[in-house]
Design a binder for this molecule. Structure first.
Ligand code: SAH
Length: 271
């Protein structure tokens, strides 16, 4: 019997049965039952070669999106490079492809949204301003709460050594698996589970970033953050949401509350 490949691993479909761009990266799948490494049977990924609808122009359109973000003040070169590299149109429904590079949030199904590029870029650069960068300038391990369609996870993969991303809605977890299967990312691990509990088996993290906001910050995130690490998350207070930045230092936690934001609510449990 053929031995199952260890994960993360690359599955090469060969020249005959798949076009080269469908070289599938085996994004590691974790479910609540295997979050502690119990279940050794990752779900197979189905490669989907979604038509882009943007054709060869997508690079130029993405470049224009990045130019606008630079004009708005974004100056983190590593984040800009990631935004140029990751094809946002591959993460949205075909009907919305033409809006993929506008600075707007877009529906991704099940009542959830992919955030505006400038908010995603701002949050990732804030995460990188924590004190815990590797010699390569990248973050070490990052935990993302709220995988959604997987776009931010793909950006995080460009600026971090390893990305662990949790989604509580099965339908979106599966959508992200399918979207990310198109990219050859070896360092993204998708988990189906409740992100309010963090993901202890890969802790400590040098960064934790949430795409959903509640009125309390789960203690698990603080516990699973490395000293020198940073949490960036929306935080609801008096009916409005702001960006919250927490740094874990040798002396304790440092907190900053920044500009207002609009994120979907952080919910507990899975569905
Ligand atoms: N980063 C995503 C944005 C997704 S929107 C992207 O690039 O597409 C935020 C997501 O957070 C939603 O999919 C929502 O289901 C998820 N979410 C909310 N509470 C959660 C929780 N406790 N654990 C995991 N995911 C959660």
């Amino acid at each position: 019997m053929k031995k199952r490949p260890a994960f993360p691993a690359r599955i090469d479909f060969g020249r005959d049965n798949a076009p080269p761009e469908v070289l599938l990266s085996a994004t590691k799948v974790m479910t609540p039952s295997n979050q502690r490494g119990m279940d050794k049977t990752p779900k197979p990924l189905v490669p989907q070669n979604k038509p882009s609808g943007l054709g060869l122009d997508s690079k130029a359109v993405r470049e224009r999106m990045v130019d606008k973000l630079i004009a708005q003040g974004l100056d983190d070169e590593m984040v800009l490079k990631a935004l140029r590299a990751v094809e946002r149109h591959r993460f949205v429904d075909t009907a919305l492809v033409n809006q993929a590079y506008e600075d707007t949030s877009l529906p991704i199904g099940l009542g959830q949204t992919i955030s505006k590029p400038n908010v995603v870029a701002r949050m990732i650069s804030l995460l990188r301003q924590g004190r815990n960068l590797l010699i390569t300038g990248k973050l070490n391990r990052v935990l993302e709460i709220g995988t959604g369609c997987g776009y931010q996870a793909a950006l995080l993969a460009e600026v971090s050594k390893e990305v662990y991303s949790i989604e509580r809605l099965k339908g979106l977890h599966e959508k992200a698996l399918s979207n990310l299967a198109q990219l050859s990312l070896q360092n993204v691990h998708l988990i189906f589970g409740d992100g309010m509990l963090g993901h202890p088996s890969a802790a400590p993290y040098s960064g934790i970033i949430s795409a959903a906001g509640g009125d309390t910050l789960p203690q698990a995130w603080i516990d699973q953050l490395d000293v020198g690490g940073r949490i960036v998350a929306p935080w609801a207070q008096d009916g409005s949401q702001s960006l919250l930045v927490i740094d874990k230092t040798n002396k304790g936690l440092e907190r900053q509350i920044l500009e207002p934001v609009h994120f979907v609510p952080l919910k507990s449990g899975i569905a």
